[in-house]
Ligand binder design. Structure first.
Ligand code: NAD
Ligand code: TYD
Length: 339
């Protein structure tokens, strides 16, 4: 099987490339990635010379690049991870989110139609369901819930999902969509909650917690997400949406305290800062469908996953320090300077 993996120089895409090369050595993977601020070719260094891997730098919204690549390679399967993915950046400047996340999806599906694929898989997010109240722990996101996105990021991802389902119904494109909860693990860009807090704690810098820190996220170790996508590609039903999550809800404050405790740093580093605009209160996935249809269950408990993640950041300081010494610092000033 030949796969096009877009966004493979980012956090989840890179983990997916590693997962697939390990578990399906017979498959060939071509990664298309624009190497935006979030893409890091250093991450893919271990596989750049792999005989079943090819990296191509390019923009998914650039029709000519994408069509030429499809013509040249003839893909069986497309897995679209490429996206602008950070909610705070989407609040600052939504434009690029609409281009990459919506138009990029359109271009990839147009190419998939023209050249023919056996599967187009859209990597989606649970954020398209909006949020759940904090005082109703009995409520969970199910696949049939209406889409009610809150941020420009989630609205762009929701638009893409709608377009994917429309291409299935209108043109018969063989699509699947997965909607996963928050991921954590190695290679996550240090602007997201967990790696940012690890990096700041190690430098004895303040840990900026938005609002009261009571917002709840449902954390999943990245490898469990990769395994779920692999299963959907091989056994999932065309035209279906699958939620992915492992009933692992934590408040942001819980997560930050866990990190501080494991690093032996004081809770006095926690600094409450102004809340995110439109901040979603709680995300919580009901994974019953993927469990009953495909037998998927998460394999990594949060205690183990967070320890492994912290150890990875400790062992790979140069990876994230290189990032933090670049463009990231100006961004950091813009985001947190006046908070
Ligand atoms: P990321 O920001 O770490 O990586 C995104 C990658 O896409 C980068 O390598 C970047 O260079 C590339 N990219 C951006 N614009 C591009 C373009 N126009 N053309 C080609 N490549 C481009 O993101 P991530 O956290 O790995 O998320 C991957 C996907 O998973 C996204 O679609 C995201 O919406 C989805 N998702 C993420 C999470 C999470 O917790 N991180 C949860 C659920 C779903
Ligand atoms: P994030 O990692 O940006 O993921 P998402 O917004 O997609 O869920 O944020 C996770 C949670 O952590 C979210 O409730 C916002 C909060 N947060 C902070 O409190 N401080 C921070 O510096 C960041 C980046 C996030």
């Amino acid at each position: 099987m030949k796969l096009l993996v877009t966004g493979g120089a980012g956090f989840i895409g890179a983990n997916f490339v590693f997962y697939m090369l390990e578990h399906h050595p017979e498959d060939k993977i071509v990664c298309l990635d624009a190497l935006t601020y979030a893409g890091n070719l250093e991450t893919l260094a271990p596989v750049m010379e792999h005989e079943n891997f090819r990296f191509v730098r390019g923009d998914v919204a650039d029709r000519e690049t994408v069509f030429n690549l499809f013509e040249e390679e003839g893909f069986d399967v497309v897995v679209n991870f490429a996206a602008e993915s950070h909610v705070d950046r989407s609040i600052e400047d939504p434009g690029i989110f609409l281009r990459t996340n919506i138009l990029g999806t359109q271009v990839l599906m147009d190419a998939s139609r023209k050249y023919g694929v056996s599967r187009y898989h859209q990597v989606g997010t649970d954020e398209v369901y909006g949020d759940l109240p904090l005082d109703r722990p009995d409520l969970f996101f199910t696949e049939d819930m209406p889409i009610t996105a809150s941020s420009p990021y989630s609205a762009s991802k929701a638009s893409a999902d709608l377009l994917v389902m429309a291409y299935h119904r209108t043109y018969g494109l063989p699509v699947t969509i997965s909607r996963c909860s928050n991921n954590y693990g190695p290679y996550q860009f240090p602007e997201k909650l967990i790696p940012l807090m690890i990096a700041n704690a190690l430098a004895d810098k303040d840990l900026p917690v938005y609002g009261t820190g009571e917002n709840v996220r449902d954390w999943l170790y990245v490898e469990d997400h990769c395994r779920a996508i692999d299963l959907i590609l091989r056994e999932g039903r065309v035209g279906e949406v699958y939620n992915i999550g492992g009933h692992n809800e934590k408040t942001n404050l819980d997560v930050v305290r866990t990190i501080l405790k494991q690093l032996g740093k004081p809770e006095s580093l926690i600094t409450f800062v102004g809340d995110r605009k439109g901040h979603d209160l709680r995300y919580a996935i009901d994974p019953a469908k993927i469990h009953s249809e495909l037998g998927w269950l998460p394999q990594t408990r949060f205690d183990d996953g967070i320890r492994r993640t912290i150890d990875w950041y400790l062992d790979n300081e140069s990876w994230w320090k290189n990032i933090m010494s670049g463009d990231y610092q100006q961004y950091y000033e813009r985001m947190y300077g006046n908070r």
